[in-house]
Design a protein around this ligand. Structure first.
Ligand SMILES: *[C@@H]1O[C@H](CO)[C@@H](O)[C@H](O)[C@H]1NC(C)=O
Ligand SMILES: *[C@@H]1O[C@H](CO)[C@@H](O)[C@H](O)[C@H]1NC(C)=O
Ligand SMILES: *[C@@H]1O[C@H](CO)[C@@H](O)[C@H](O)[C@H]1NC(C)=O
Length: 451
């Protein structure tokens, strides 16, 4: 482009000179000063080793032969028995106070690698134990996960996966309608093993974490639950400290949530207090006390006819004495979803742009209770009296009720069913009635048990 010619042409057409100057200034500004993110800005050089899979990568469809299946089953049984924690030499042994971050992984490894990059940038990540719970065994995924050096890590494997049971319950069973091609259709189960796996895996994993680890009996830490298509912000654990601390100020809060539908312009230092309900199922965190209460009403999770673990959990909470569970959540999410983007890579770029100039790591936080003219916002959100279906098979119920001992399971993504309208996130509907200013000096922060 010849700028002189352009300006000349513009002048001939009667565009004033100053317009040309403004345009020129704008072009210069765009060229040299406008914040442009380079690859190295969102994947720092030392973390580029974790990015190996490109956007087109998928695992080739392949069904294991029965010999391979039994071999894999024993490998998995052994790994779940050994439960090796890596890097304890460098970061110390895990104790009953160590917080955990648990990631549920299927096979979206392209997104998983960006989650790992984001976890690597979390401040204090070396204090936690990072656990990956897999429903698909593959050497490439294992290699990626075991290459993590920024904290202690551990892998567990869901033993009733569709990979291990491709042709029978809990996978796709001859008695399921989905597989009953051309067979008697009269007596078949409408379950689909590809859809039930996610809820089973969620439940199995939480059971395993709170019951089967060496330190489970006396475990006092908090567990943050993530999925492979999540993306965390660097102040995740910083906020976790505030939120655990807030439980002392505001009793009755048992659940922490770091994710909510992304909304622009919210403050990074606000915590909200409200009843928990499913749009908040990203980045949920709780400790063993809440888990014991959930276990006591497990049948309301396991028998609820819904494929979504979130709505099933909500149904279990309804059986608590209070009829619901209060949570404290970060108004500005610290766990974002990459599944709304075409790939992990594009998500990472977009999120990096959002975060330019974001005021993370607040030194003070404010907790607000959300009230509207009709009382507390979503106090006691009720689940629908019956679920959205897909979970009515007795075999699924039984496996779920006894997840650590039974015999089988199916596969895949949560078909979360958004049945009831989520309560408004319109900030103008919120009247702040309680403002607890938690004044925490750095010294205070260190007092909160974080190890
Ligand atoms: C779990 O957190 C609650 C606060 O919500 C606390 O009262 C309880 O002691 C904690 N449980 C354990 C086992 O640390
Ligand atoms: C919030 O609600 C008010 C009034 O109910 C409305 O005028 C405003 O546009 C809403 N804002 C958003 C972001 O939805
Ligand atoms: C917060 O700290 C400041 C100084 O550190 C102090 O002046 C103020 O009174 C504190 N506020 C509360 C609510 O504790």
């Amino acid at each position: 482009m010849n700028l002189k010619v352009l300006i000349y042409k513009a002048r001939v057409r009667g565009v004033p000179v100053y317009c040309c100057f403004l345009l020129l200034l704008y072009v210069l500004y765009k060229q040299f000063f406008y914040p442009k993110l380079k690859y190295a800005d969102y994947v720092p050089k030392h973390l580029q080793q974790y990015v190996e899979f490109n956007e087109k990568f998928t695992f080739p469809p392949r069904e294991l032969q029965s010999a391979e299946i039994s071999e894999l089953a024993s490998t998995i049984a052994l790994l779940n028995y050994e439960r090796t924690v890596l890097h304890t030499q460098k970061y110390g042994t895990v104790t009953s106070k160590t917080n955990m971050v648990v990631v549920q992984v299927h096979r979206d490894v392209e997104r998983l690698q960006y989650l790992i990059v984001s976890l690597a940038q979390v401040r204090d990540i070396e204090s936690v134990l990072l656990v990956f719970s897999h429903s698909y065994y593959d050497d490439r995924i294992n290699k990626l996960v075991s290459s993590i050096t920024f904290c202690r890590s551990m892998q567990i494997f869901y033993p009733y996966s569709l990979q291990l049971y491709p042709n029978k319950f809990p996978g796709i069973d001859p008695d399921d309608c989905v597989s009953a091609a051309g067979r008697r259709k009269q007596f078949c189960s409408s379950r689909d093993g590809r859809l039930t796996e996610h809820k089973h895996h969620w439940w199995w994993k939480v059971n395993f974490i709170f019951n089967n680890l060496d330190w489970s009996d006396t475990f006092k830490g908090t567990v943050v639950f993530l999925q492979e298509d999540d993306y965390v912000l660097p102040d995740l654990l910083h906020m976790l400290r505030f939120m655990t601390r807030s439980q002392a100020y505001l009793p009755g809060l048992h659940l922490l949530s770091f994710g909510r539908p992304h909304a622009k312009g919210l403050d990074f230092d606000l915590l909200s207090v409200s009843s928990w309900h499913p749009p908040f199922d990203k980045g949920l965190a709780f400790n063993k006390s809440l888990w014991q209460k959930i276990s006591a009403v497990s049948s309301y999770y396991c028998l609820y006819d819904d494929l979504s673990w979130g709505y099933s959990l909500l149904n279990a909470f309804r059986k608590f004495n209070e009829g619901h569970v209060d949570m404290v959540a970060t108004l500005m999410p610290r766990v974002l979803s990459t599944s709304t983007f075409p790939s992990g890579r594009t998500a990472m770029q977009q999120i990096a742009m959002w975060l330019v100039g974001a005021r993370m790591f607040p030194l003070n936080v404010k907790a607000v209770m959300l009230y509207s003219s009709t009382g507390r916002v979503n106090a006691g959100v009720k689940p629908p009296p019956w679920g959205n279906g897909g979970w009515s098979d007795l075999r699924d119920h039984l496996l779920c009720l006894d997840p650590l001992m039974s015999t089988t399971t199916g596969n895949t993504n949560d078909m979360t069913a958004p049945t009831f309208s989520q309560t408004t996130t319109n900030a103008t509907d919120y009247i702040t009635v309680a403002q607890h200013k938690m004044n925490m000096s750095e010294a205070d922060l260190h007092n909160v048990n974080f190890n």
